[in-house]
Structure formats: structure tokens, C-alpha cells
Design a protein around this ligand. Structure first.
Ligand SMILES: Nc1nc2c(c(=O)[nH]1)N[C@H]1C(S)=C(S)[C@@H](COP(=O)(O)O)O[C@H]1N2
Ligand SMILES: [Mo]
Length: 410
């Protein structure tokens, strides 16, 4: 299978699933049960010294100011308020970039003692890099989106009448930033990555040690980065300081923050985050052993208006603005309805329209008295168009159907 094919999520899933079945059939001397136990125990990873965690005193679920103008707060998460983007440019500034923390507190890591270990059967020369050593390697800056797999989860309640557990995102679990860092490939090359290397798994230094694998093809992509700066500033603690992963186009969870080690293996790798969580489960999805369902990788095409939910606007002329994005490429076309989906009109796309980031668009609108039902439907360069309805999945991921946004004209 060629490299570019393995960059596509369905190919990756299918190939790994086939291999899994094959391995089982061969009976490698490790029973399925025992294998799952080993997975659960996270065998193969050195224990992370507890000194890396914030002490109880300084442990905070979020470190940066949770300004109410910019965010909806829920536990250790901050959702970006879309209306705050109406007056802004292409990039989401760090002060209003969404935060999603699975662990209860943000680890405060001193770059002076931080180390990145690269190890596993897939590298000939395991190595450890200090922060200064990482910064001395060639780096690039790319503009890309980062989006939570659960973004839009709230709308399953609207369309399927089912409230789903998990962070209650409307559509603000996304941001676009300029990320600066070292291509993971540069580091893997220095570790003597083998031809036979198959999967790569970064591990976070937070309490839950979030880890999620990727195929070597994704690890070697030009824009898969070890990021140390965001929008021109050193990474903030909330966003993974001193160093995080960036896997453009892939679900947020794959972009491991506070990365401390990377396993490179000649074997397929699994974690809870691609077997139990961040997989599609429910009547419309089949288990994909060893995962409970197809693992999410590439993000879908979606759209949002730069307006408050249940907002009000004065009746009359208004420049309606929004943004559309896709993990599979750029946006080709956006159609907007201001009459609840009866008629759609093409929106004007505004430059830039960057791969795996988003495009800003606008359309002239005459706000009517009372309820106005807005809808936006985007098509990406891979030919995907937002559907009117999608099947439910139990954990509420990948909500990409058209959302109705109601605004009262007053
Ligand atoms: N180590 C670690 N990495 C992590 C997480 C985490 O909780 N721990 N959250 C993930 C999830 S679910 C998302 S959506 C993104 C959010 O990145 P942000 O908080 O910088 O916006 O980080 C991902 N990386
Ligand atoms: Mo996420």
C-alpha cells in the first residue's frame, strides 16, 4: 500500500483491522484476553516520574484566564464563543483558543528539565532530546486547524433527541493557529527510524498520560510537528507547553499535549484512545477489533456562523459571516440559507483558504423580525458536502451535518 493511501483514515483502519485478525489467526502465543490486558496496562512505557506533575497546590484545570467574553467554561475545558470571532482575522489568538483537558490539572513542566525520549523496536538509535536540542533542529511554521472530535456534540440532542455524555460542545471546540515546530520526521531520522517501522505513539506527561497511535506515514508527513510555539509565542501550559504534537486534519485527541516520549514500533500500536474512546460505536457502526468501533482520524467538513447561540440582531441589513473547514483539504463552496433550509445561496469565500485550516465567508442578509433560521452547508476539495442528517454514535463524535442557528430579529 502506498504512503498516500495510508494517510487516509479508512485505508489505515482497514489495514490495521485486517492485520489484527491475521495476527489472531496465527496465534502468536499471546491470547486475545491477555493481549487486551497488556494493552490496558500500557506495557512498554516507562513510568513517568511524578515530579513532572503540578503539585497539589499549583494544580489547575485551566491556567490561562477564562474570560467570559471569549469562552463557555465546562470543567477543565473552554469552548470558544463564535461571536468573538466576528471582529477578528483568520487566526484565533491564543487568549481565545479553545482548551480540552482530559486530566484534572494542567502539568506545569519546566523546559529546563523536560526531555523527549524516542524509543521502540522501530528505531535503531533510541534517543533523548532536551528542549534546547529540539529548538536547534530545523523548524517550520504552518497554519492549521485543531478541532476536538466531539465538536458539535450538543446537536445530537437537537436532531436525535439524545443528550450525550462528554464535553458539551456546540461548535466552538475548534481553532486555527500558526504552529511552529520541528517536523517529527527530523527527530525520527536522527533516531534511525527503520524501514520496518509501522506505528508511532506519542505519550503525554499529564495525569492520564494521553497517548494515541498513528501510522508511520502520518508521522513522516511534512506538517506533522513537534510544536513549541503557537501564533508566535511559546506554547502556553494549557496548550501543551513546552512541546505538543500537531497532526493536521486529525481529531484533536491525536495532537498529544505535554509530549514526553514517543514509541516507534514495528508492530501495530493501540491505546484506550483509539480502541475505547474516539471510536464510532452504536447500531450503525460495527466493532473493529481490537477497537470497539472504527477509530476516528480525519475530521469532517463543518461550518459555523460568527454569531452567538440564540442571539439577537437588529432587523435590517447585516453582513452575515462564518467559517467552514475540513480535515481533508480546502473548502470549495459554501451555501447559506436564511429561511431554515428552503433556499440556499452561495457565500463569498474570502482569502486565504488554507489546507486543513478554514475559510472565512460572508453573505448579505436582511434580518427579519422574529425567528431567523440560518444554515450553512460546505463542500470540501475532496468532494464531501455536509449532509442534512447523520446517524447517531454513542459518544457523540464527528457531528458534521448542517446545524440550524436561530437568531431573533428585534
Ligand atoms: N496529553 C494530552 N494531550 C491532549 C489532551 C489531553 O487531555 N492530554 N486533550 C486532547 C484533546 S481531546 C484535544 S481536542 C486537544 C485540545 O488541544 P487544546 O487544548 O490545545 O485546544 O488536545 C488533545 N491532546
Ligand atoms: Mo478532543
Amino acid at each position: 500500500m502506498s504512503q498516500s493511501e495510508l494517510l487516509h483514515q479508512d485505508q489505515y483502519r482497514r489495514q490495521r483491522a485486517d492485520e489484527w485478525v491475521h495476527q489472531q489467526a496465527q496465534g502468536l502465543g499471546v491470547g486475545r484476553r491477555r493481549f487486551l490486558q497488556l494493552l490496558a496496562a500500557g506495557t512498554g512505557f516507562a513510568a513517568i516520574p511524578s515530579t513532572r506533575f503540578a503539585s497539589a497546590e499549583e494544580a489547575k484545570p485551566i491556567v490561562k484566564p477564562a474570560n467570559e467574553q471569549f469562552f463557555v467554561k465546562s470543567g477543565s475545558n473552554l469552548e470558544m464563543k463564535w461571536e468573538a470571532m466576528y471582529h477578528r482575522g483568520y487566526i484565533v489568538p491564543n487568549e481565545l483558543f479553545f482548551v480540552r483537558n482530559n486530566s484534572k490539572s494542567v502539568p506545569m513542566i519546566d523546559p529546563k528539565t523536560w526531555e523527549l525520549k524516542i524509543h521502540g523496536s522501530g528505531v535503531a538509535k533510541p534517543l533523548a532530546l532536551s528542549y534546547d536540542e529540539l529548538l536547534s533542529l530545523p523548524s517550520v511554521s504552518v497554519i492549521r486547524a485543531l478541532e476536538c472530535a466531539g465538536n458539535g456534540r450538543n446537536f445530537f440532542e437537537v436532531t436525535h433527541g439524545k443528550k450525550i455524555e462528554g464535553t458539551p460542545w456546540s461548535l466552538g471546540g475548534i481553532g486555527v493557529a500558526e504552529w511552529t515546530g520541528v517536523p517529527l520526521r527530523e527527530v525520527l531520522d536522527r533516531a534511525g527510524v527503520k524501514q520496518s517501522a509501522k506505528d508511532v505513539m506519542p505519550v503525554g506527561l499529564d495525569e492520564k498520560q494521553i497517548k494515541r497511535p498513528m501510522p508511520i506515514e502520518k508521522a513522516l508527513a511534512d506538517d506533522t510537528l513537534l510544536v513549541y510555539a503557537m501564533n508566535g509565542d511559546p506554547l502556553l501550559p494549557d496548550h501543551g507547553a513546552p512541546v505538543r504534537m500537531l497532526l493536521p486534519g486529525w481529531v484533536g485527541i491525536a495532537n498529544v499535549k505535554w509530549v514526553g516520549e514517543i514509541e516507534v514500533s514495528e508492530q501495530a500500536l493501540y491505546s484506550d484512545y483509539n480502541t475505547k474512546k474516539y471510536v464510532l460505536t452504536g447500531p450503525d457502526y460495527k466493532p473493529a477489533p481490537p477497537a470497539n468501533g472504527p477509530a476516528l482520524t480525519t475530521q469532517k467538513v463543518k461550518s459555523a456562523f460568527e454569531l452567538a447561540w440564540d442571539g439577537e440582531l437588529p432587523v435590517g441589513k447585516f453582513l452575515l459571516r462564518g467559517r467552514s473547514w475540513s480535515g481533508e483539504g480546502t473548502i470549495e463552496k459554501v451555501d447559506v440559507s436564511v429561511d431554515g433550509g428552503k433556499t440556499f445561496h452561495p457565500a463569498r469565500l474570502r482569502e486565504p483558504n488554507i489546507d486543513k485550516a478554514w475559510v472565512r465567508w460572508d453573505i448579505d442578509w436582511d434580518v427579519q423580525p422574529g425567528e431567523n433560521k440560518l444554515q450553512a452547508r460546505a463542500t470540501d476539495s475532496a468532494g464531501n458536502t455536509q449532509p442534512m442528517k447523520i446517524p447517531l454514535n454513542e459518544q457523540g463524535y464527528a457531528y458534521w451535518s448542517v446545524v440550524t442557528h436561530t437568531i431573533r430579529g428585534v
